[in-house]
Design a protein around this ligand. Structure first.
Ligand SMILES: [Zn+2]
Length: 185
């Protein structure tokens, strides 16, 4: 039974439940449904580690930069990714610390030691390092964004001697990814 109440406002109630409450409940239900799908999908495993909780993600007003999106989604902007798609021959980081994965860039790369030290000193008052990915996003979004924005990922990828053709290919690919990411976020 839908009844418009003569309250002077445009409030509509449904069996006495205020409109705002209905909207709130519907929103909760759709978020819960979305969360179920998110929990069961095998896609976006990289992103899931940063954003296990949909509700948290929706409340983050952080403006995602292309580098941030690339790190979070684990798509592109690491040598491990480019190697997986056979764009470069070796996935190894120029720091000689092993494969250049997202985890490596966040936690292990000695070429990013200065930036990482800053990140740790920014957050270590309350938490022990390493903070896991969802912790970084949920509790330290400002500092992890600062960290990611302060590193030159493209330079880190192109530090190894690559042929001119591969270098151009990677630059074009990253340019396209930046466009794609700015459209999808
Ligand atoms: Zn490294």
């Amino acid at each position: 039974m839908l009844a418009k109440e003569a309250t002077g406002t445009d409030d509509i109630s449904f069996n006495g439940i205020p409109k705002n409450e209905i909207i709130h409940q519907l929103k909760d239900q759709s978020i819960a449904k979305w969360q179920n799908q998110w929990d069961s999908t095998t896609k976006g495993l990289g992103t899931k580690q940063f954003f296990p909780n949909i509700k948290d993600r929706l409340t983050k007003k952080n403006k995602l930069t292309p580098n941030f999106s690339a790190i979070v989604s684990a798509h592109g902007k690491s040598k491990a990714y480019l190697h997986r798609y056979k764009i470069i021959e070796s996935p190894d980081c120029p720091c000689n610390g092993g494969e250049q994965t997202v985890e490596h860039l966040l936690y292990d790369c000695i070429k990013l030691q200065k930036e990482e030290n800053k990140l740790i000193s920014n957050i270590s008052n309350q938490y022990m390092w390493p903070v896991n990915k969802s912790g970084l996003v949920n509790k330290h979004i400002k500092h992890i964004t600062q960290f990611i924005n302060s590193i030159d990922i493209e330079r880190l990828i192109l530090l190894n001697k690559l042929t001119t053709v591969r270098t151009i290919l990677i630059k074009v690919l990253m340019y396209l990814q930046n466009i794609q990411i700015s459209i999808s976020t």
